[in-house]
Write a protein that binds this ligand. Structure first.
Ligand code: FES
Ligand SMILES: [Fe+2]
Length: 386
């Protein structure tokens, strides 16, 4: 789990101007609410007076109010009012971490990290989201599995044949399975796009609805550690483009915000059917993911046997190593160890501008800037030599 990426917090309609919402993410508590303009705010859910949970209080006039002694915090995390100090100065340290937010695709996102705007890895841009020839559905799915395992499942073109009979068990040609999956690097990630064969596709074989020349192509990519894209292009005119924003709740559970886009079956009457068949496929993956052993990806690739079909998984792990080298990986074991004694939070961008913070920044594993890019280069050399 990493700081310095965008994470989905909640469905947009769950974040309101009259009730604070508690959200657990990266093993830490956050509070989400809106101000009077409707702008969403996400703050650390720890009152710096004596540790009250802001999300157990109220929102009034765009401020989160602690239920313990009524301290009021505005969306920028600054304490604006201390009822017991009327007329006196508010202590300078009375501030909690506040994170940049975005309200997109029916989801409130927060950037959980301290990078200034120009250095932040981007929130994924779904180009067709506002295109009237596309339709979106949003599903939120709770998964008892670690998010990296879930991401790797999405980057695995071989499992479909075994895990997804309902999709017609899409299969890569045998000779292609033996070769490394051809990968392309994109900003903050890597992708593949391939042609699949398969049996009759039970879910999507709506003979009357399908148009255009058959393609049977699909591709997946990741941008950052937790944004996953899968395009399923059935014909030249009929596609599902799926965008999954993963919220690691902690080191063993994940919430998936799944934006399912389609450019066919556009009438509302198809919504339930599309949702049902998509979630059936998700359930097939969940059944596998919730029993993986160990729960988290092993620390070295020697603890598994990786084959050419796992190329995209290896590439994903190479990118994770880059973010490790930048010093962005949360030291979850230390954090858990000290959790009952220390109020940790993710450091917010304002910490780069001012000091004097009450909450402790989450412990991070030490990085090594000289190693950024080295895992990716090693994989390229190995692939070239093979
Ligand atoms: S703990 Fe929040 S106001 Fe006292
Ligand atoms: Fe799958």
């Amino acid at each position: 789990m990493y700081i310095n990426f965008w994470y989905p917090i909640a469905r947009s309609e769950e974040v309101t101007a009259d009730k604070p919402l508690r959200v657990e993410l990266l093993g830490l508590p956050f509070v989400a609410f809106r101000d009077e303009d409707g702008t969403p705010h996400v703050l650390a859910d720890t009152c710096v007076h004596r540790g009250g949970s802001l999300s157990a209080g109220w929102v009034r006039g765009g401020r989160a109010i602690c239920p313990y002694h009524g301290w009021e915090f505005s969306g920028d995390g600054m304490c604006q009012h201390v009822p017991s100090l009327v007329g006196a100065k508010i202590p300078a340290r009375a501030k909690v971490d506040a994170y940049p937010t975005a309200d997109k695709y029916g989801i409130v996102f927060a950037f959980l990290g301290d990078l200034p705007a120009e250095e932040r890895p981007p929130l994924y841009d779904i180009e067709e989201y506002d295109d009237p020839s596309w339709k979106a559905q949003l599903y939120v799915i709770n998964l008892n599995a670690y998010y990296e395992r879930s991401m790797e499942n999405g980057l695995d073109p071989i499992h479909n044949q075994f895990v997804h009979p309902k999709q017609g068990a899409p299969m890569l040609a045998e000779e292609k399975q033996k070769e490394p999956v051809p990968m392309e690097d994109i900003p903050w990630g890597s992708k593949f796009y391939l042609k699949f064969g398969g049996d009759k596709d039970e879910n999507t074989d709506l003979a009357d609805e399908k148009h255009g020349k058959k393609l049977g192509s699909a591709g997946s990519w990741h941008q950052g550690p937790n944004q996953l894209v899968t395009w399923i292009d059935l014909t030249e005119e009929n596609s599902f483009h799926q965008y999954i924003f993963e919220a690691p709740v902690d080191d063993k559970s994940t919430r998936l915000f799944f934006v399912n886009m389609r450019n066919w079956l556009m009438e509302d009457k198809h919504d339930d059917r599309v949702e049902q068949v998509t979630l059936e496929v998700v359930e097939e993956d969940v059944a596998i993911l919730e029993r993986l052993h160990p729960v988290r990806t092993p620390e070295t690739n020697t603890k598994e046997i990786l084959v050419p079909g796992d190329t995209a998984v290896v590439r994903y792990r190479d990118y994770l190593k880059d973010w490790d080298a930048r010093g962005w990986r949360i030291d979850f074991r230390t954090m858990k160890d000290k959790a009952g004694d220390i109020a940790f939070t993710i450091p917010c961008p304002a910490r780069r501008e001012s000091g004097n913070w009450v909450l402790d920044p989450v412990p991070l594993q030490p990085g090594d800037p000289a190693m950024v890019g080295s895992a990716r280069r090693d994989s390229e050399i190995k692939a070239g030599a093979a």
